[in-house]
Design a binder for this molecule. Structure first.
Ligand SMILES: [Zn+2]
Length: 197
C-alpha cells in the first residue's frame, strides 16, 4: 500500500511567504490531512495556528477541520478547568458502588431511583432511574438485589453534597469549559484568518 502526497500552498497574510499543508491519501480511500505550516518567518512570529474540527451532522459523512491564523496574544478569557481526577467507572463501582453513583449520577436521579426502590419487589420490575442503576450494579459487580441496592443508593444520596467531585460539580465544570471554548472560538473566528486550504 502506498501513499500519495499532495501539497497545498497559499500565500501568507503578509504576502512574502507561504502556508503549506501536506496531505496524504492511498488506494484504500484513506486520507490524512496534515497540519499547515507557516513558511514565512515574519508571519510565524506574529501568528499561531488554531484548528477547529467539525463533525458532519449526517452520520458517516466524516469531519473537516478549519484552520485559523490568530495573533499570538489571543488567549481564552477563562482558563479551562480540570479539578477532578479521572474516574475509571468499572474500578470505582467494584470498589465502592455508592461512590460510583455519586460520581456518575445527578442527585435528583438517585432520589428518584431511591423512591422507586423503596416500593419495589423485584429487580425485573424496576423502571426508569432505578432500572438503569440496577443494570450498572449487575454489570459492574456481577449481581444485584433490591435489598442490597437500596441502602447503597441511600448512602450515595446522603454523601452526595459532601463528596468532592460529585456528578454535579463535574457537570458544572464541563459546562463552564464548553462555554469558555465557545467564547474563545468566537474570538478566533472574529480576529483570526481562516485559511483557504
Ligand atoms: Zn508572511
Amino acid at each position: 500500500m502506498s501513499w500519495d502526497t499532495t501539497e497545498k500552498r497559499i500565500k501568507c497574510p503578509c504576502g512574502k511567504g507561504e502556508i503549506v499543508q501536506v496531505n496524504k491519501d492511498n488506494d484504500w480511500g484513506q486520507y490524512i490531512e496534515g497540519t499547515p505550516v507557516i513558511e514565512c518567518p515574519e508571519c510565524a512570529k506574529k501568528y499561531k495556528l488554531v484548528s477547529k474540527t467539525h463533525s458532519s451532522y449526517k452520520p458517516g459523512h466524516g469531519s473537516w477541520t478549519n484552520y485559523y491564523l490568530v495573533p499570538k496574544g489571543l488567549k481564552p478569557d477563562k482558563k479551562y478547568k480540570n479539578s477532578f481526577e479521572y474516574v475509571n467507572e468499572y474500578e470505582l463501582a467494584k470498589k465502592d458502588f455508592a461512590e460510583y453513583l455519586i460520581v456518575d449520577y445527578p442527585k435528583s436521579v438517585l432520589e428518584e431511583a431511591y423512591a422507586e426502590l423503596l416500593n419495589a419487589t423485584s429487580v425485573s420490575a424496576l423502571r426508569s432511574a432505578a432500572r438503569r442503576i440496577a443494570k450498572d450494579k449487575k454489570r459492574y459487580t456481577g449481581f444485584c438485589k433490591i435489598k442490597e441496592l437500596t441502602p447503597l443508593v441511600k448512602k450515595a444520596i446522603d454523601g452526595f453534597d459532601f463528596y468532592n467531585g460529585n456528578w454535579q460539580q463535574r457537570d458544572d465544570e464541563e459546562q463552564e469549559n464548553i462555554k469558555a471554548e465557545e467564547e474563545y472560538l468566537a474570538k478566533v473566528r472574529k480576529e483570526g484568518i481562516l485559511l483557504d486550504l
